[in-house]
Design a protein around this ligand. Structure first.
Ligand SMILES: [Zn+2]
Length: 485
């Protein structure tokens, strides 16, 4: 019997209204939305009394490698000092570590009501076919829906930011100047092989490509990524105007803003999304909208490392497709899409007293579901409607957040933390129930994670000291440059 009839719940239909209806699930789809009490002879009944059912949240931007880097980012780090100071956390990782990270990320995402993510994972010194495919397999086996995109660059931060190397002297300057990344041609060659010969079902886990930050990528490299995106139909994501420093450096390096630079190179397209977009100008938003490109708004990470508050209303008014993401568990300390959605709604209220410009609860919910799904390139994902994908989250309607319940959608966006998540279904299959992930052994995962973290910490002790010293110089350079503009 492949059909399931979910009954007894309040269901958020088409991200609009809660209704007392039943859901007929056939394989991975919502086959029908039926009136309360309807019977379907060949379907297995699933009693969901005391549940609020919403579509699974979709994470528009994360990095699974951050799962093994928790607590490794100093609390006074800015983005650039994080990139230089925390590099040691990603060194010496095996393919098993990549798998472990994807599993750890997937577990937290699922437990907190997220059913799909856009993962820019890193493998150093560059991606391999085996490593990329191992990450894809890990998501597939966990049951998670994902875009798996190798995060790649051909310049270190010391090569990427004009004038940065001059801020160093002595042996530390020699050490950071000696760092390098593989040439872009060989990186693209590996990515082409890995992404063309995809090991997982495209229904669940898809390939993507992630040139990390435009400043860290040569023009030819970015154009090669865009060509690959077009040829294979891959979503392409980069960190776009995440910090003020990036925009200052773009003017110095390219003589243009970041989005204009990407537009000139032909990188913008409907498959393109930028993460963050905190420092985008109005003309840049117009370029993104014209290309039907999107932005993943990652408010927790923007706050944690002091990047700023993204101009969400202006981006929406300009016509930019908007999703919501958590960013990695290093820079936002977790994978909580409810938290990201709540911040998207509430931070807009700190930007203006005019409520017409606030991000309303329905809008935040749409961004965290159908909006992010567009960035991932999945169709019919992110709402509960006939023929849409059956990725569902079951919330406990008797939990304190909903006692009393007056406006369920407002209460979910403003109050839910993931604490009321009781079951999670992905592609019509339960992956979480009874406070347990059903697709893997969580205690064993924790044991492996602690051992891997211990090994990484000890093996990279020297790099850690060097990174910390470099991060101080990088931070000083950034503060001086931002103060001068
Ligand atoms: Zn990121």
């Amino acid at each position: 019997m492949t059909k399931t009839l979910i009954h007894g719940a309040q269901v958020l239909v088409e991200n609009d209204q809660f209704a007392d209806v039943s859901l007929l699930i056939d394989q991975d789809r919502i086959a029908e939305i039926l009136p309360k009490g309807a019977c379907v002879a060949d379907a297995k009944p699933l009693n969901a009394s005391d549940r609020l059912i919403i579509p699974g949240l979709v994470n528009g931007h994360t990095h699974s490698h951050g799962a093994l880097a928790r607590g490794g980012v100093p609390d006074d780090a800015i983005l650039e000092s994080f990139l230089s100071g925390s590099a040691w956390l990603n060194l010496g990782r095996s393919h098993d570590d990549l798998v472990l990270c994807a599993q750890l990320s997937a577990v937290e995402l699922i437990r907190k009501g997220c059913t799909a993510c856009f993962d820019l994972f890193i493998e150093l010194p560059r991606p391999t076919v085996e490593g990329t495919h191992a990450v894809a397999h890990a998501y597939h086996e966990t049951g998670m829906r994902a875009v798996v995109a190798p995060m790649i660059a051909d310049q270190t931060i010391y090569q990427a930011l004009p004038g940065l190397l001059d801020a160093f002297d002595g042996p530390l300057k020699d050490a950071v100047a000696a760092l390098s990344l593989p040439d872009w041609e060989s990186t693209i060659e590996v990515c082409t092989d890995a992404l063309r010969h995809w090991p997982a079902s495209n229904d669940r886990v898809r390939p993507g490509i992630g040139p990390t930050i435009p400043l860290h990528c040569s023009d030819s490299f970015l154009q090669a990524c865009a060509r690959l995106s077009e040829e294979i139909g891959l979503p392409l994501q980069t960190h776009l105007a995440e910090t003020r420093m990036q925009q200052i450096m773009a003017q110095r390096k390219f003589g243009t803003s970041l989005a204009e630079h990407l537009s000139n190179l032909g990188v913008l397209s409907p498959r393109f999304s930028g993460a963050h977009g905190v420092w985008l100008s109005d003309p840049e938003m117009a370029l993104l909208a014209e290309a039907q490109a999107g932005i993943s708004h990652n408010p927790m990470s923007n706050l944690r490392i002091g990047s700023g508050i993204a101009p969400v209303r202006r981006m929406a008014d300009a016509g930019v497709t908007l999703g919501i993401g958590t960013d990695a568990s290093n820079t936002s300390d977790g994978q909580n899409m409810f938290e990201a959605m709540r911040l998207a709604a509430t931070l807009s209220r700190a930007q203006t007293i005019d409520s017409a410009d606030w991000v309303r609860t329905r809008e935040a919910f749409d961004m965290a579901t159908v909006g992010s799904a567009q960035l991932l390139g999945f169709e019919k994902l992110g709402q509960i409607a006939k023929d849409w994908i059956a990725d569902l989250v079951f919330l406990d309607a008797s939990y304190c957040h909903y006692t009393p319940q007056r406006n369920a959608l407002d209460q979910i966006v403003f109050a839910e933390t993931g604490a009321a998540v009781r079951e999670v279904m992905i592609a019509g299959q339960m992956v979480f129930a009874g406070d347990r992930i059903l697709t893997l052994d969580e205690p064993a995962l924790r044991t492996r994670a602690l051992a891997a973290a211990d090994r990484i910490t000890h093996a990279n002790a020297d790099a850690r000291v060097m990174n910390a010293a470099a991060a101080e110089v990088v931070k000083g350079f950034c503060l001086r440059n931002c103060a001068a503009h």
